[in-house]
Design a protein around this ligand. Structure first.
Ligand code: HEM
Length: 411
């Protein structure tokens, strides 16, 4: 096993320098190469010169202007999910949230319904995460290549996800209204046509199409599911905040109306609760970079080849910027003064700079609308005093089941 030195920068100025002002001095860290084994060569892992063109293909479908069309899908799936719960039922929250966000991404971005295979796809995504962990551990590649039941399970699960995506693609290509559609899948399919790229070639090969879809499918649902799980778990521990949030939602939406995109801005406490939850439990908790030239970061000389990290987990809990850093207090995001005195990059749940999350606006709208629909109808209590044990892998997720009991909320 070869030990390598890596640097962790925690100061917000260093975060800005690494991710924004000097981003051309860095490429993604070598660890992320391993994610190509699980996600393929999609936007998240792409470090080729073609990267900007590939991002420009995806970005318009996730632009804030497109969100109005997605809001109805987000709210409807949230209502269906929580409509199936029974009073007093103990739900496995993380599983529920994973399936909910999977259904939303499938319909919003791929125009397809995930039916009974939702469980199998969630399981496949879990195996992706486990495989990434195995790959970045010592002797990772060797461990991943052994014909163990878990490695074979990973390969079968990957085949299942790709099979589902191929079905979405086939259905779309043969749909009578295919030419008139303008969602993400249609844009990617148009890029596959001859002449869409340079010199009469397609702009995307079939393989790149699948890789881009697997990445968006994975990146587009797990992080948001984790954020919602952490948020509802925190609200179960803080019924006073849950009651205030429910009052906000009831005053904006009333007892029945499903929210639309205009409601996102009318629910400032919902946004603050989610922001505070992602401060304490950032679903993307660490990003690695490798210096491609000699440079200087926050006064430190960084030779080319150095691997360095910035971590939301560490910077978001730094008491220099966050008084009572361990405490859940959404009002710190409502309090304008505190927001103005804090350095901007003391908070970066969606990263920053040219590789900032392309799905940020989608994620905010989705999380706010889903939270509003769930909290209006149900109150959540933890089934035990067991603390939340975390599993910090490629994302930050709960290490075990998160069981909450749901009861009808009092308006
Ligand atoms: C709470 C939810 C989310 C969080 C916390 C989150 C966080 C992040 C972060 C920190 C990055 C930057 C990674 C880096 O710099 O190495 C990123 C990139 C990315 N995210 Fe998200 N994300 C979320 C939701 C989404 C959604 C909903 C989508 C798609 C619909 C998405 C798609 C992507 C993609 C494709 C990238 C790679 C972008 C690029 O390199 O150009 N994410 N995300």
């Amino acid at each position: 096993v070869r030990l390598r030195r890596a640097w962790l920068f925690v100061h917000p100025d260093a975060v800005r320098e690494i991710l924004i002002t000097q981003d051309r001095a860095f490429t993604k860290s070598p660890e992320l190469r391993w994610a190509r084994f699980t996600l393929g060569d999609g936007l998240l892992t792409n470090v080729s010169p073609d990267y900007r063109r590939r991002r420009a293909l995806v970005q318009p479908s996730l632009h804030p202007k497109q969100l109005a069309g997605y809001a109805g899908i987000m709210a409807r799936h949230a209502a269906e999910t929580c409509g199936a719960w029974m009073p007093g039922q103990s739900i496995e929250l993380h599983r529920e949230m994973m399936q909910l966000t999977l259904r939303i991404v499938a319909e919003a971005l791929f125009g397809a319904a995930i039916g009974p295979e939702a469980d199998a796809i969630s399981d496949a995504m879990d195996r992706n995460v486990l495989m990434f962990r195995r790959l970045v551990s010592p002797w990772g590649l060797l461990k991943a290549l052994l014909p163990t039941p878990s490695n074979i399970g990973f390969l079968l699960a990957r085949r299942r996800v790709i099979g589902t995506l191929r079905r979405f693609i086939r259905q779309r290509r043969s749909a009578p209204d295919a030419a008139g559609r303008d969602d993400l899948l249609s844009r990617l399919l148009r890029a596959c046509e001859p002449g869409a790229g340079n010199n009469g070639k397609p702009g995307l090969t079939e393989r790149q199409l699948i890789d881009e879809c697997v990445t968006l499918f994975a990146a587009g649902h797990e992080t948001t599911a984790n954020a919602l799980t952490f948020t509802l778990w925190l609200l179960a521990q803080h019924p006073d905040v849950a009651a205030r949030l429910r009052a906000e939602v009831n005053s904006v939406l009333g007892p029945e109306r499903l929210p639309g995109i205009d409601d996102v801005e009318r629910l400032p406490l919902a946004r603050a609760v989610l922001a505070e939850s992602m401060r304490l439990y950032p679903p993307a908790w660490i990003q690695g970079r490798k210096a491609v030239i000699d440079c200087e970061v926050h006064g430190h000389r960084v030779p080319a080849g150095t691997v360095l990290f910035v971590s939301q987990w560490v910077t978001h809990r730094d008491p220099r910027w966050w008084p009572n850093a361990e405490q859940f207090d959404p009002d710190r995001f409502s309090d304008d003064q505190a927001g103005h005195t804090r350095p901007k990059w003391a908070y970066f749940p969606f990263g920053a700079g040219s590789r900032q999350c392309v799905g940020e606006s989608f994620a905010w709208a989705e999380a706010i609308l889903v939270l509003a629909v769930l909290i209006r109808r149900w109150s959540f209590t933890a089934n035990s005093d067991r603390p939340l044990i975390l599993d910090p892998g490629i994302t930050l997720r709960p290490a075990h089941e998160v069981r909450l009991t749901v009861r009808p909320a009092q308006p």
